[in-house]
Write a protein that binds this ligand. Sequence first.
Ligand SMILES: NC(=O)c1ccc[n+]([C@@H]2O[C@H](COP(=O)([O-])OP(=O)(O)OC[C@H]3O[C@@H](n4cnc5c(N)ncnc54)[C@H](OP(=O)(O)O)[C@@H]3O)[C@@H](O)[C@H]2O)c1
Length: 199
Amino acid sequence: MSYAIIGFGKVGQALAHAFARKNMEVAVASRRPAEALAPQARAIGPTVVAKSLRDALAADTIILAVPFEEHREVAKALPNWNGKTVIDTMNTLAPPEALDGLPSSAFVAKAFSGARLVKGFNHLIAAKLAVDPIVEGGHRVVFLSGDDEDATVPVADLAKQLGFAPVKLGKLNEGGALVQGRGGTWGRLVFQDLFKKAQ
Ligand SMILES: NC(=O)c1ccc[n+]([C@@H]2O[C@H](COP(=O)([O-])OP(=O)(O)OC[C@H]3O[C@@H](n4cnc5c(N)ncnc54)[C@H](OP(=O)(O)O)[C@@H]3O)[C@@H](O)[C@H]2O)c1
């Protein structure tokens, strides 16, 4: 598997720290050229590699960490998304009518047609996501949801490799609604910082 984080702000850098901690390679990209991101990427760790957006999108798993309204711009960067897994870390409190009445991640999935979309790593503030998720033998929980159950399996594996405890919530408009914004309020699991004891 190859990984890229698109968006190298608070969440992108938090997740880059998680990859660096485990010596796992990850590309990072934004609208800026690779050279502009390289010093910050190097400061996080040698496995964090700044790339152009185009080069980063060659990865098979793309972690979207851009402002919600920007997802369409990222989607336009490839002619099609067949074979890719997109991990949606984005949150929005946009009104339902702005999202065609869909959960925000289902709305995002329409822009990335062909990709398998999993929502995850979105329910905590970036500062919590950035620190070691293993605390006193417990693993910080991340929630995963998606309409393609098979797609959540490799994302759960990734979360485990990074030291998190993945908890699957099911489909986006079912358990997944607990980690989405809806009608101006956050789902009940947003901001819940939970730990799972190692088994
Ligand atoms: N902050 C949090 O605590 C938090 C927690 C959970 C989820 N989230 C969600 O995570 C997402 C990112 O939030 P953030 O706080 O990390 O934002 P941020 O600090 O503002 O960073 C956004 C990043 O996206 C890049 N970007 C913007 N438009 C882009 C485009 N069209 N193509 C490629 N890169 C683009 C920006 O870099 P350039 O300007 O260089 O392009 C920047 O690196 C949001 O959707 C937010 O809802 C945030």
